[in-house]
Design a protein around this ligand. Structure first.
Ligand SMILES: Nc1ncnc2c1ncn2[C@@H]1O[C@H](COP(=O)(O)OP(=O)(O)OP(=O)(O)O)[C@@H](O)[C@H]1O
Ligand SMILES: [Mg+2]
Length: 222
């Protein structure tokens, strides 16, 4: 599955003021890709990630996710396409606070028509894969930052997506833990062929990707 953006713009309307966050971006995410997105704060990186993942729609331009033009999709169709093809990891983990690790990870499988036992089994297997087989029943506030981020990664991958979008996945972690999380993402990219798109402020992290996209003021400058 690929994601193609052609001359995509996104303008936010806020209190009668137009904020042009993306001003014409073209980009293709290929199967098994490993792309780093860099650029100053406010340059449109998160806005681009939301579009690539089908969380938001462009104001103009063409966006095709897995062969489907998002302009022609209803909100439920978008949600389904997302659930089937995209995994998201955010800087601030976004885990459900009163829910155990295994149930956080199993949640996206609810929309797959799997029974509770199967959902738990798959969530458990994915948590083992990220090295958290011994923390299945901990809640987020009982886990370290790196462990919470690994739960978020497991949740993003449990549906077996084609594309994993990670918006500063190591931003809240110390260097050593960030390195481990990044290593894990790269291992999954190499092993299962999931395409990786990573927003980062860290030059060393960006240098590890196969491609780098530099954004400035809502456009790709290189
Ligand atoms: N919901 C919104 N409503 C109005 N303006 C917004 C909204 N979201 C983002 N913006 C504006 O759009 C621009 C791009 O924001 P975006 O979050 O994509 O930047 P970013 O590159 O991810 O920055 P950072 O590195 O700080 O996360 C910014 O000027 C921001 O203020
Ligand atoms: Mg951002």
């Amino acid at each position: 599955m690929t994601v193609q953006a052609s001359d995509v713009t996104r303008t936010y309307e806020l209190d009668g003021v137009s904020v042009p966050a993306l001003r014409g971006v073209s980009l293709e995410i290929a199967v098994g890709d490993y792309v780093a997105v860099v650029g100053p704060s406010g340059s449109g990186k998160s806005t681009l990630m939301h579009l690539l993942g089908g969380l938001d729609r462009p104001s103009s331009g063409r966006l095709v996710i897995g062969g489907r033009d998002v302009a022609g999709l209803s909100a439920p169709e978008m949600a389904r396409l997302r659930n089937e093809t995209i995994g998201f990891v955010f800087q601030a983990f976004h885990l459900l606070p009163r829910t155990t690790a295994v149930d956080n990870v199993a949640l996206p499988l609810v929309y797959r028509g799997l029974g509770a036992r199967q959902r738990r089994a798959r969530a458990t297997a994915m948590l083992e894969r990220v090295g958290l087989g011994h923390r299945l029943h901990h809640r987020p506030n009982q886990l370290s930052g790196g462990e919470q981020q690994r739960v978020a990664i497991a949740r993003a991958l449990v549906t077996d997506p084609s594309v994993l979008l990670a918006d500063e996945p190591t931003g809240n972690l110390d260097t050593v833990t960030g390195e481990a999380v990044l290593g894990l993402l790269e291992e999954l990219n190499a092993a299962s062929g999931v395409a990786l798109v990573l927003v980062t402020h860290d030059r060393d992290v960006a240098a590890r990707a196969r491609r780098q996209i530099v954004m400035r003021d809502g456009v790709i400058v290189s």
